[in-house]
Design a protein around this ligand. Structure first.
Ligand code: ACO
Length: 331
């Protein structure tokens, strides 16, 4: 069974209520219908019911899912109060909170915060920043996590790599230039994502660099080395090592020669990139040249919210909702 089939099966066994704020997007409506038909989740689509019904009719979509209109919902006032309480110390006025609660993105995030939904998937229309900012401001990090970041689950055709072809890459979406402490947090969160979503019982985390075990000296390498020490202190039980080059992390012979005795080198299944440029470029190379299927999730939030690419397909939305539902199980 492929990674995504396993995730879909888990989602189907634990139906979760997931908000889709982008009811004005055709793909979102098609995905919501599929989620109900395939019993993968209980989607709640936000938008004007008249417009959604009209669009659905034109698309041939059966509106078999819940639709909530922030403009008429009896819960909007409650969400506005909640938002005001959460953000007044940051200078948010009541008037601004009333207005934001009508915005589908904020409304959806507030539904999750209030416990009226389990998770949220957005980004078919909105940018990553549009989706991330309210999630960071309102949902916040889960206990024990200092930072929200992301992991890409890479399902590679070469099954000798990582964990039967599975590799988890982090961070490829959120934190542009993590310091050593943030990098350590990203590593610990990615190991947790590997356990929860990939069923990897023993995450083996490699902290990547252009140096392996002191082969080069530079402040960029020092950052990674410090992150290794901090990660060991935060999660002493975690199998984590570095700094190491990409080949030393995933090729057994190179790992054995460049990082002799390392419990991770040559057989890493979780790869931590030193910054967002490296991570984002790295996952795209693996996807385009390595022909891996890839699935992105946010990690570290107190309730799962996930971002889509604006070029996403209907299937991408369905898969991301399934991953979000599975993440709910570990909250
Ligand atoms: N974890 C936890 N909280 C955070 C984080 C984080 N990583 N980043 C910001 N915050 C908090 C801040 O502390 C702040 O909280 P507060 O308002 O309660 O004090 C709040 O979030 C907003 O912070 P800002 O500094 O105003 O937000 P910022 O402008 O830094 O934006 C963002 C944060 C959106 C995550 C930014 O770092 C960003 O744009 N990252 C890159 C996103 C991106 O474009 N990714 C690449 C493309 S995606 C792809 O390829 C699939």
């Amino acid at each position: 069974m492929s990674l995504i089939d396993k995730i879909r099966a888990k989602a189907a066994a634990n139906i979760k209520k997931i908000v889709l704020p982008e009811g004005d997007d055709d793909r979102t409506l098609r995905a919501a219908e599929i989620l109900v038909n395939e019993k993968l989740a209980d989607p709640v689509v936000l938008g004007d019911p008249a417009q959604i019904n009209e669009k659905a009719k034109a698309l041939g979509v059966n509106v078999n899912f819940a639709v909530i209109d922030p403009a008429t919902s009896p819960d909007t006032a409650r969400y506005a109060d909640l938002l005001f309480e959460l953000r007044k110390a940051k200078g948010l006025t009541k008037e601004a909170a009333d207005k934001l609660a009508l915005d589908p993105m904020y409304h959806g995030i507030l539904m999750v915060k209030a416990g009226d939904a389990d998770g949220l998937v957005s980004g078919a229309v909105h940018t990553t920043g549009d989706m991330l900012r309210p999630a960071l401001q309102i949902i916040k990090t889960k206990p024990g996590m200092k930072l929200v970041s992301s992991s890409f689950l890479m399902d590679c055709p070469d099954k000798s790599l990582g964990e039967d072809g599975l590799l988890v890459y982090a961070d490829c979406v959120v934190v542009p230039n993590p310091n050593s402490e943030e990098l350590a947090n990203i590593a610990v969160a990615a190991a947790e994502t590997a356990r929860v979503l990939c069923d990897i019982k023993e995450p083996r985390v490699a902290m990547l660099s252009f140096s392996t075990k002191g082969s080069a000296d530079h402040e960029l390498v020092t950052k990674v080395r410090e992150a290794v020490e901090i990660a060991h202190a935060i999660a002493p039980e975690l199998m984590l090592d570095g700094e190491m080059q990409f080949d030393a992390a995933i090729v057994p012979e190179i790992g054995a020669s460049k990082a002799k005795g390392s419990p991770v080198a040559g057989r890493a299944n979780v790869l931590i990139f030193p910054d967002l440029q490296a991570g984002n470029i790295g996952y795209k190379i693996t996807q385009r040249i390595g022909k891996a299927s890839c699935f992105a999730v946010l990690q570290g939030l107190a309730a799962p919210c996930n971002d889509l690419s604006r070029g996403c397909s209907v299937e991408d939305i369905v898969n991301t909702v399934a991953m979000t539902a599975v993440q709910c199980l570990s909250i």
